[in-house]
Write a protein that binds this ligand. Structure first.
Ligand code: BTN
Length: 263
């Protein structure tokens, strides 16, 4: 294990680069340095038990993709505003990849999409104490150089599959960290207004009617807004509005007249 400062030369930042670990999120959960830094970044070349959302695993071939987690202790973000961290992380990942391709968007709440395919995902785990977030672990997987995917995930894609060449993963990480720091600092100035506006602009399917499914079945709807809590508000063809938490509604992609792919 190498531990040294880079990407940010201030003593408030620590970066740890690992070859192999079960999960970079798990690593940070049990990382207890004598002098904790304001920001700790851990990267891994390979995860033996990479974790995705809702208990899924995260596929990533050794050395091919960006796998990293950030530990922050956001003093200026109330627990009720924690979705801002998710928005900032998703925007920063999208903007980091935009140096290499266009066609990127953020699929609510925080998947990174290239057209209808998933190029990145994140798993954010917060420890709350009253109204404050004491520890926030932001785990991000971005598919950079992987040539083929083997898991049953419905629609993975890598930057290599899009642009046809392999790139230095560190460039993407550097761009991510720069944007992330700028956006986190902007919260002190405007309380997150710019982040919220940019997030709406970046949303996958931000315009028009698209197919979704909830517990009552399939329907067409448009995105009306995203609540500060992170809930999505959809408006169906009949004008009725419905508010959903994560995993209460799925985006569908029609495969043919009878079948949809649920994302
Ligand atoms: C998703 O299902 O979309 C979230 C995927 C998150 C994967 C990243 S890879 C780095 C970090 N460590 C983990 O175990 N998971 C996250």
């Amino acid at each position: 294990m190498n531990t040294y400062y880079c990407l940010d030369d201030s003593p408030r930042f620590e970066m740890i680069e690992l070859n192999e670990i079960d999960s970079t999120n798990n690593f940070l959960k049990s990382y207890r340095p004598l002098q904790p830094k304001e920001v700790t970044l851990v990267t891994a070349e390979f995860q033996t038990a990479g974790r995705g959302q809702i208990g899924n695993s995260w596929e990533s071939e050794s050395g091919e993709n960006l796998l990293f987690s950030l530990l922050i202790h956001p003093q200026n973000i109330e627990a009720s505003q924690q979705f801002l961290i998710s928005q900032i992380s998703a925007l920063s990942a999208k903007e980091a990849l935009e140096a290499f391709t266009d066609g990127l968007s953020v699929k609510w709440p925080n998947d990174i999409y290239w057209h209808d395919k998933k190029i990145g995902g994140m798993l954010i785990e917060n420890d709350l104490s009253g109204h404050t977030i004491t520890n926030c672990i932001i785990g991000i997987g971005l598919n950079i150089n992987q040539e083929k995917f083997h898991s049953p995930a419905p629609n993975p894609i890598s930057l290599f599959q899009i642009i046809g060449k392999k790139i230095e993963k560190r460039f993407v990480l550097e761009r991510f960290m720069k944007t992330f720091n700028t956006r986190i600092s902007s919260l002190k100035i405007d309380g997150g207004e710019q982040v919220k506006q940019d997030y709406i602009q970046a949303l996958y399917r931000r315009n028009g009617m698209h197919p979704y499914a909830d517990e009552t079945g399939r329907f067409e709807a448009r995105i009306v807004k995203i609540e500060p809590t992170g809930h999505i508000v959809l408006e169906k063809v009949d004008g009725s509005r419905h508010t959903y938490a994560f995993k209460e509604v799925k985006h569908l992609i029609p495969l043919n007249q009878e079948t949809d792919i649920a994302l």
